[in-house]
Design a protein around this ligand. Structure first.
Ligand SMILES: *[C@@H]1O[C@H](CO)[C@@H](O)[C@H](O)[C@H]1NC(C)=O
Ligand SMILES: *[C@@H]1O[C@H](CO)[C@@H](O)[C@H](O)[C@H]1NC(C)=O
Ligand SMILES: *[C@@H]1O[C@H](CO)[C@@H](O)[C@H](O)[C@H]1NC(C)=O
Ligand SMILES: *[C@@H]1O[C@H](CO)[C@@H](O)[C@H](O)[C@H]1NC(C)=O
Ligand SMILES: *[C@@H]1O[C@H](CO)[C@@H](O)[C@H](O)[C@H]1NC(C)=O
Ligand SMILES: [Zn+2]
Length: 951
């Protein structure tokens, strides 16, 4: 599944350093799993002494207005042991009306217990069948009739209802979201990934709607008068969470390259002209994956052609879901309108389709045994999310973007002492599991795969994946089977054996799966030239546990700079090891193109040499991804006090001439984090801001305020990130240019170029009044492109008009105009809009938290809002006021209380960091032309005072 959703990183809160919400909040945190119940507890688990093989699910009398249906299930099960008194399976919120069981060996009915032939356990979501006499091993057919509910709230998942308006009438549709354990809300089933069966679905729907959709194509249609029954071909062997269906008046665009390779994009009526980009890139991604993995998508249907449908949904609780044959997407991630969808959203369409298509092989064809191995299929899906989309369209530059999007966010997520290993299973702690699933499994897993690819080489990597898929097709995958596949691939490669005779690839893999990630410390002695490399865990704070990895090391030396080969020179599998290098002035740079998932710190002399090289005209001889790595590492080391702050800022000085997207991307979030730490001291804040503006002048001039026809993808992305940040921190050129564009839109109805909208709209509203807000709100309201609507939703929160802001926040709770999946985003946008609004928005949260919980979609969503506050509590007064409320509201907050306490602690730690370190940074910044010296002494007093208060 793939969600681009705003989920502030919880683990960072727990460790006491809140991460600022990244400028592009859709980037990380692919998925959001709402663990509303503890399904890993053994009582929820089924015993696998009964195994379903063929399941027929009939959904009848579908009534969208009343949100209900009746169903019947016929399942053939294999009983694997004798003397079985009961069969248990899952159900949730179904009304079971009749059950019968047939003995397939003699064709007779099996006598059920009387009374109470079956019992339902609503707490553990189970259905138990009881028999008069114990069953013996063999084959049985279970028939169950029931009545089901179509959930009215999409966040309830299962079989749910959404809506849209077309030709001024309200239209309902119903569809499914079963992952991870919601299939049981639509039909009784063995709802764990390890149970894989063949499903045959039939749906009876009102005649007024269009044909229904499910995993497979329609095999037969029956006219029943007012309704029509469609029966679908049997699926291949799949887990219940991959079953899907859809009932609506939606319309398809079908691209059939040959009749064996059908491909369709499906959406509500009225927006079919927005299908073409997804159709074009989706077909190409499928072709690329077919070729790379050596198993054809359309041939996976075990006797039937797999169709390849992609459905855009106005309401969808996740980002997308990889149901076999019928992928569901939130509309913004599938529909493309060249006039209204910006490049970031266009890239999302390509990457999310690649992610979901990647799951067809990793997840659907080969499924993990249990959720703790989720990283296996998610890692691959996230890897292909970038690389398959890259193959399909290299102009999107996704192979490079992978590094700043995934490697950097994995390193950031793992820097917390509470970060979880990839195979971690403790599902008891809901917030933690959410964090675990959202960041670690995706970004880290995919980054580990990329590291492995650079270690074993591209060809071996591909061959290993082919072995794994071929050997485990339609079965269950485990990490061990994956390691085997890699061993098999490298055993076929003599070159690798020669270079790394000792390498135990399973052990390398395992060392990264079981623990977080490391920092490599490189000490070089100039006089003799030797380098000593030491590894340890990297953390922003706290005591550092003893851990070891097998780290593929690649590096280059100043005298022979070469960033083209990422092939490791060694695997570091001891705490520390020496390597040779030439003596004299000859700095080293480790981790070429950041192909390894680790940070690198150096001795001071090596840093100084790198700093002066970066500040010379030779800067671009260091690969852009390594420049991005260096700024990102240095900024983290400044935070964790692993580098002298002045030295750190000396390294960063080259940003003054830097114009590259990747390098700035590695810097902006962290620079913003540091800037926030000055908020308690307006003068220090102003000084740091003016320092940042000085750093950015050159890149702003280089990019300009307008798009150019020959702009590359990274140039456009750079303009988006740079101008957005520059306007936010008060760059006067950016603001006046934006206002010009905004006024031209307002007065002359001249559309703002799509890639400039985010900062132009925001600046227009920030500098404007209620009328500007109203104009944008009306534009939002009449838009037919959801991605553009999200851009506007964000910009609307930039208003400084209190009435307008109140209107905005009220809409987020009570209006259909902000769909439920956008509500937490709306709240976060309000926090980010303007520094001046922060206290107002926090007060809104305090007064309305109960309504927020009810209308945003429950406690998990409220927790997201509370967590979002952490980065914005930046004065002592704000923290104490918030803390007071937290303790006063302990009962009302319920399960959110601990989250709120975490937020207070995190804000305290941030404030303390700011008080302790800002003077040193301020001193450096002053030498770079910012502000006065008189100020320093008053600042020192403030810092001392704060420390006192915090004790
Ligand atoms: C099913 O039928 C077989 C063959 O007649 C018989 O041996 C077995 O006991 C039956 N099972 C049950 C539970 O009645
Ligand atoms: C990946 O594997 C787990 C366990 O088999 C499965 O339940 C999950 O839904 C799969 N796919 C995902 C999360 O996309
Ligand atoms: C995670 O992997 C490590 C190394 O293989 C293993 O020791 C540990 O038991 C695993 N943890 C879980 C929860 O599977
Ligand atoms: C490497 O250098 C750092 C700082 O320059 C120093 O703290 C550390 O002890 C050195 N490590 C070794 C192994 O020489
Ligand atoms: C793009 O066009 C501008 C102006 O037309 C020109 O100055 C610039 O060199 C061009 N850049 C590239 C990469 O072709
Ligand atoms: Zn996924």
């Amino acid at each position: 599944m793939g969600t681009k959703m705003l989920v502030p990183a919880l683990f960072c809160v727990l460790m006491g350093f809140a991460v600022a919400i990244p400028p592009e909040d859709f980037r990380s945190n692919l998925e959001f799993f709402d663990y509303s119940s503890n399904v890993a507890e053994p009582a929820y688990r089924l015993v696998n002494n009964v195994y379903p093989t063929d399941v027929k699910v009939n959904l009848d009398n579908i009534n969208l207005e009343e949100a209900r249906f009746t169903g019947s299930v016929e399942m053939i099960v294999i009983v694997r042991e004798n003397d079985l008194h009961q069969i248990s399976m899952h159900q949730n919120n179904l009304i079971i009306t009749r059950i019968s069981v047939v003995n397939n060996t003699n064709g007779e009915n099996v006598q059920m217990r009387s009374p109470s032939p079956f019992t339902q356990d609503s707490y553990y979501e189970l259905l138990h069948l009881h028999f008069a006499l114990p069953l013996v091993a063999g084959s049985y057919t279970i028939n169950i009739d029931y009545t089901g509910t179509i959930n009215r709230n999409p966040l309830d998942r299962g079989f749910y209802r959404g809506y849209y308006y077309y030709e001024n009438t309200l239209r309902y549709y119903a569809t499914t979201q079963f992952q991870p354990y919601h299939a049981r809300k639509a039909f009784p089933c063995f709802d764990e990934p390890q149970f894989k069966s063949r499903y045959t679905i039939s749906i009876t729907r009102p005649r007024t709607l269009g044909p229904s959709y499910s995993n497979m194509a329609i095999s037969s249609t029956e006219d029943l008068g007012n309704s029509i029954r469609e029966t679908f071909y049997p699926t291949p062997i799949i887990s219940a969470y991959l079953v899907a269906f859809h009932v609506s008046d939606f319309v398809p665009t079908t691209v059939t390259t040959t009749n064996r390779r059908p491909f369709s994009i499906i959406s509500r009526q009225g927006v079919t002209e927005q299908h073409s980009y997804a159709a074009e890139i989706g077909v190409e991604i499928t072709n690329q994956l077919d070729d790379y993995l050596g198993i054809e998508y359309h041939e996976m249907g075990q006797g039937q052609i797999m169709k390849n449908d992609h459905i855009a949904l106005p309401d969808f609780p996740s980002g997308a879901m990889e149901n076999w044959g019928m992928v569901n997407y939130r509309e913004a991630y599938l529909l493309y309108d060249p006039a209204n969808t910006n490049l970031i959203n266009k890239i999302f369409i390509a990457t999310i389709m690649a992610h979901e298509l990647g799951h067809k092989w990793f997840g659907n064809l080969v499924t993990c045994f249990w959720w703790s191995n989720l990283w296996l299929n998610e890692s691959f899906a996230s890897y292909f999310e970038y690389f398959a989309a890259h193959w399909a369209d290299p102009h999107l530059e996704l192979a490079d973007q992978f590094v700043v999007d995934y490697v950097h966010s994995a390193l950031n997520a793992d820097a917390s002492p509470s970060a979880t290993p990839m195979n971690w299973t403790n599902v008891e702690d809901n917030p933690t599991i959410t964090a675990h699933f959202s960041t670690t499994s995706y970004a880290k897993g995919a980054s580990v795969l990329r590291m492995l690819e650079h270690l074993v080489g591209a060809r071996n990597f591909r061959n290993a994946l082919r072995h794994y898929l071929k050997d485990n097709a339609y079965g269950i995958g485990t990490p061990v089977l994956m390691y085997r596949a890699f061993e098999k691939a490298i055993a076929e490669d003599y070159a690798f054996q020669r270079d790394f005779p000792e390498a135990d690839i399973g052990a390398v893999f395992d060392s990264w799966v079981q623990t977080w990630f490391s920092v490599v410390m490189v000490n070089r002695t100039a006089s003799t030239g030797g380098i000593v490399v030491t590894q340890r865990r990297y953390q922003l704070s706290g005591t550092i546990p003893d851990q070891m990895w097998q780290i593929p090391l690649s590096w280059t030396e100043q005298r022979h700079l070469d960033f083209s080969s990422t092939k490791p020179k060694a695997i570091l599998s001891t705490p520390s090891a020496p390597y040779p290098s030439e003596a004299g002035d000859n700095f080293v740079i480790f981790n070429i193109q950041q192909s390894g998932l680790y940070r690198v710190n150096y001795d001071d002399d090596n840093w100084k040499a790198i700093a002066s090289y970066l500040n010379s005209n030779n800067r671009e001889r260091i690969h852009k991804l390594n420049r991005a790595q260096i700024v990102n590492d240095v900024l983290h080391f400044i935070r964790s006090e692993d580098i002298d702050k002045t030295l750190g800022f000396e390294v960063l000085d080259f940003l003054r001439s830097e114009t590259d997207y990747y390098v700035w991307n590695g810097a902006l979030t962290q620079l913003d984090w540091i800037r926030r730490r000055f908020e308690h001291s307006p003068r220090a804040h102003a000084a740091f801001t003016s320092y940042l503006l000085g750093l950015m002048n050159n890149v702003i001039n280089h990019l300009g305020y307008d798009e150019r026809p020959n702009d590359s993808t990274s140039t456009i992305l750079n303009r988006i990130q740079i101008l957005n940040f520059a306007c936010n921190i008060g760059h006067s050129g950016c603001i006046s240019n934006s206002l010009e564009k905004w006024n031209n839109f307002k007065e002359n109805n001249v559309a703002v170029p799509v890639n400039l909208r985010r900062h132009v709209y925001c600046t227009g509203l920030r500098e404007g009044d209620r009328s500007d807000y109203d104009l944008l709100f009306n534009t939002y309201n009449s838009s037919q492109n959801t991605a553009d609507m999200v851009v506007m939703l964000r910009a609307l929160a930039c208003t400084k008009d209190q009435e307008a802001l109140t209107h905005y926040l009220q809409q987020s709770m009570h209006s259909d105009l902000i769909r439920i999946h956008d509500r937490t985003n709306a709240f976060s946008f309000a926090l980010q809009g303007n520094l001046e609004n922060v206290q107002f928005v926090i007060r809104f949260l305090r007064s309305n938290y109960i309504t927020i919980r009810n209308t945003y979609g429950g406690e998990a969503r409220l927790n997201i809002c509370i967590n979002a506050v952490a980065a914005f509590l930046n004065t002592f007064e704000a923290i104490t006021e918030f803390q007071q409320w937290v303790y006063d509201s302990q009962i009302g907050l319920g399960g959110s209380f601990n989250v709120a306490v975490g937020v207070v602690n995190s804000a305290m730690a941030n404030l303390e960091w700011g008080a302790n370190t800002s003077l040193e940074i301020f001193n450096f910044v002053s030498t770079r032309g910012a502000s006065s010296a008189i100020f320093a002494s008053s600042f020192l007093i403030l810092a001392a005072m704060l420390i006192q208060l915090l004790r």
